[in-house]
Every structure is written in C-alpha cells, then in structure tokens.
Design a protein around this ligand. Structure first.
Ligand SMILES: *Cc1c(COP(=O)(O)O)cnc(C)c1O
Length: 380
C-alpha cells in the first residue's frame, strides 16, 4: 500500500482513524473518563493534558475521525449542534454583519435572530439558493455567511464554491451547515467554505442516542478558529467522553449507512413523486429539483437521506397520513437508522411551511417495507 494515497472514508470510519486500545491490545479503544491527570515527582505532566476540559483522549480520537472524513485542518466536538453554532457566532464582534440563508433549520434561525438582536449584529436573511439574491446580499461585506446545504425542510441546494468566492472577495468567512449531507457526501471545506458545521446528533452518530456538534476548519490559523478553540476550552462547552465514545462507534458505519440511506431515499423519492396521493416531492436527487445539476456536482455517492413530501390536501390530510404510519416513527430529528416522519408546520407554525408537508428521514430499513408503509398511509 502506498503511503501517499489518502484512505477512502469507509476505511477511515471503519478503523476509527486508527484508534485502538494501546494498553491492553484491544482493537477498540477504551473510554477515558478521568477529569484530572497526574504529575510525576518533578511535577511534570504524565500525559498530554492536566484537566478534562482541556484534554480528553476519547474526545480527541472522535475528533480525529471527523477531521479525516472532512479533510479539515482541525476539528472540535461540542455537546450539541447548537453549541457548535453558538461557539462560532460568539466569535463575532458587536456591530458585525451576518448574511444567513432563509428557510433553514428552525433552531438555528431562531437562536441566531435572538443572538444578533442582543449583540447589535446586523442580520440579513436571504435565499442563498437564488444566485441573484445572494449576489446582491454580498455586494456589501458580510463578516460571516451562514448557509445550510441541502437546507431543511425545503431541500434547497446553494452553490458553495460560488458563495465562498463572493464572501472571500469582501473579506468574510463562509460557514456551511452540512448536517443533511454529512462529510461523506459533501466535503464543504474543499469546495471553499472556511468552517464546516454538523449536528453530530443526526447521521454522523446515526443511532438517535447521542447529542453532539462538530466544527471543522480549512485553516487552523484564523483569528476566528483560534477564538472558537479558546472559547470551548475556557467556557467549557465540551462533549463528555462517553458520548464521544458512542459517537466514534456510530461513525464506524457512517459511510455504509449513508450508502444504504441514499439508495433507499432515491427509490422512495422517485416512487413517491409518481404516487397518486402526492402533490410533489422535494429531493435533490430528482431530475425536476431546481438544483439537481448543482447537487450532483457537490454531492458524492448520493443525494442524502432527507426529503419533504407534499401530500395532496392540506394539514389535516398530512397529519392523517402521518398518523397511519406503522413502521416510520412520528418524531422530530433525522439521520438515524430508523426512518422518521415529521409534520413541520406543527413544529414551526407561521413560518411559511406548507400544511401538507411531511419531512421524511430515511433510515436503513428495507426500502420495500418503507414504501409499503408509505403507500398504505397515503391511501388511508
Ligand atoms: C439538528 C440540527 C441542528 C442542531 O443540532 P443539535 O445537535 O440538535 O443541537 C443544526 N442544523 C441542522 C441542519 C440540524 O438538523
């Protein structure tokens, strides 16, 4: 094997980037629960760190898996996706200008609006998938541009490379929330983004049993990245070692799960789009998706596990369809091995989400079983 050939993501993930139990010879690393670390007789530290907030071997191992999957200079884990978002936004000076994509993950929109108002930061929300709209918004410098690719629940796809260029021309930073794609499908830093963010809670962990967030950078020397790292250490938004260990275990199958989830999602999207009880399916893998070509160029190996299905009728009909599902759980969140359905208008009313929209997160069950469940639920 040649040393200079980068390993495939499937190999990096399956081997947890080489993490093993060095002390006892196990092929799986242990959990390091210690919060404090000993010093020797001359008061020198006996390992790489002194305290759990600065240094934890298990967290470092999980970060290394993500760093390699992302092709990043550095990666930091946080106790949730929102903690990662907050760590980035907290680096902005008062009076900064932020351009944020409209119609994205509601938790981010709501928190960023409140944060920017409180900190006197100018916030402009724009449909980043519309090239003219984003160009107009970036004529003036934005210190930070925040986009979500693909977006949730609209499944819009923005041009990461083009937006990176517009942002950099004025001296700003581009951050991309790639939760719905994962680093397996899209390596946003290679497309020009400065910061990559993921909710590790979703497909990265994939088993609906860990809350985690990730930030990765292209250049570890920027003032922003150094401030993010310093803030995590000093303000203490760190992931616990048991969560990091579970995350690493979940990530061993991330590329495998993504392969299956994308394949099933594509089949379901095509069948649902042709279903007589469905008005429209929003999924970047469908040829009628407005950014299908761009998505094909930006995503490798599939178009993701997330789609929105607009059923015929209104909110009442959509809720009845969801209510009839037997295999697919009615629950929020996405990216787990089990498929989930959510009526978004119930969760975020008055934000323009159509009442007949059901968001579907496709898991690893048999696609035929899932389609049969969807078909019986749609027909009623
Ligand atoms: C879930 C999610 C988040 C927030 O992550 P948490 O881990 O729930 O804090 C941010 N962005 C997107 C796109 C998400 O799906």
């Amino acid at each position: 094997m040649r040393d200079d050939k980068p390993l495939d993501p499937a190999t990096i993930a399956a081997r947890a980037a080489g993490a093993v139990d060095g002390e006892h010879g196990g092929v799986v690393p242990g959990v390091q629960p210690a919060t404090t670390f000993r010093r020797d007789e001359s008061y020198a530290l006996m390992s790489g760190g002194s305290y759990g907030r600065d240094h934890n071997a298990t967290v470092l191992q999980a970060e290394e898996v993500l760093r390699q999957l992302e092709g990043a200079a550095e990666t930091r884990l946080f106790p949730s996706g929102m903690a990662a978002v907050a760590a980035l936004f907290r680096t902005l000076p008062d009076g900064a200008r932020v351009v944020m994509q409209s119609g994205i993950y509601w938790g981010v929109t709501a928190w960023v609006r409140e944060f920017c108002a409180r900190r006197n930061i100018r916030l402009e929300e724009v449909d980043a998938a519309d090239p003219l709209a984003i160009r107009k918004a970036l004529v003036e410098k934005a210190d930070l541009v925040w986009i979500e690719v693909p977006s949730n629940p609209w499944l819009r796809v923005s041009d990461i490379g083009a937006i990176a260029k517009l942002t950099h021309d004025r001296g700003g930073l581009l951050a991309v929330d790639g939760t719905a794609a994962t680093p397996v499908l899209t390596r946003v830093l290679e497309l020009g983004a400065d910061i990559s963010m993921h909710s590790g809670t979703k497909a990265i962990n994939g088993h609906s049993d860990v809350l985690a967030g990730v930030l990765s950078c292209r250049d570890a020397g920027t003032v922003t990245w150094r401030a993010i790292c310093a803030d995590r250490q000093a303000a203490g938004a760190i992931l616990g070692p048991f969560e990091a260990w579970l995350l690493m275990r979940g990530m061993r199958t991330l590329p495998l799960r993504m392969e299956r989830m994308c394949r099933s999602a594509q089949v379901l999207a095509e069948e649902l789009a042709a279903h007589e009880c469905v008005e429209r399916v929003l999924y970047p893998g469908l040829p009628d998706h407005p950014s299908h070509g761009l998505a094909a160029a930006q995503m490798k190996g599939g178009f993701g596990y997330l789609m929105s299905v607009l059923v015929k009728g209104g909110a009442e009909e959509a809720l009845a369809v969801a209510g009839r599902m037997r295999l697919i759980h009615r629950a929020t969140s996405l990216g787990g091995v089990e498929s989930l359905v959510e009526h978004r208008a119930t969760i975020e009313p008055h934000t323009g989400i159509p009442g007949n929209l059901l968001r579907l997160s496709v898991g690893i069950e048999d696609a035929g079983d899932l389609m049969a469940d969807l078909d019986q639920a749609l027909r009623g």
